[in-house]
Ligand binder design. Sequence first.
Ligand code: XMP
Ligand code: MG
Length: 179
Amino acid sequence: MLNDIQEVLYDAEQIQAKVREMGEKLSQDFEGRDPLVICILKGAIIFMSDLIKEMTIPLEIDFMAVSSYGQSTKSSGVVKIIKDLDVSVEGRDVLIVEDIIDSGLTLSYLIDVLERRNSKSVTVATLFDKPARRTVDLEADYTGFTLPDEFVVGYGLDFAERYRNLPFIGVLKPEVYEK
Ligand code: XMP
Ligand code: MG
């Protein structure tokens, strides 16, 4: 598995420091608001579980799964809800936790859905951002690291459902996905 990595962009320690900083900021900004923190499956699970441990305020968590990529490394542009929330967002301050924003299609669709369900507010926290590939006008409210336009894996991010368990974020060797 480690042999497939071309370059480590941020190691476990750097990610941990960033997640702590984001958690502290979010705790201040969401104080007294009892946010509903929504993890976008599957990529955001590791970020979400680390992030909420750094948050020192009452909050509720829920999960949503959407499809946009399949087994490929490029967005199909088609977003579909595979698993919906268990709880209502009506009147809630919603915090969407994403692993990475690429084209922005997934997130702009989700924000729209959650706003139409009469949430009180929708805020986005993403650990990684690839602004070079944006096709819709969208910026996260909280961003951990800005990445170059390369396909990355680790810390929740996959290629063909593998590599999510790597504790760092790295670039996959092209020969791995060009096979
Ligand atoms: P969009 O294009 O809708 O895509 O912003 C967001 C989703 O695409 C996945 N994604 C990646 N997954 N390495 C991955 O493992 C990447 O470099 C990458 N870029 C985008 C991711 O699931 C995200 O939720
Ligand atoms: Mg994926």
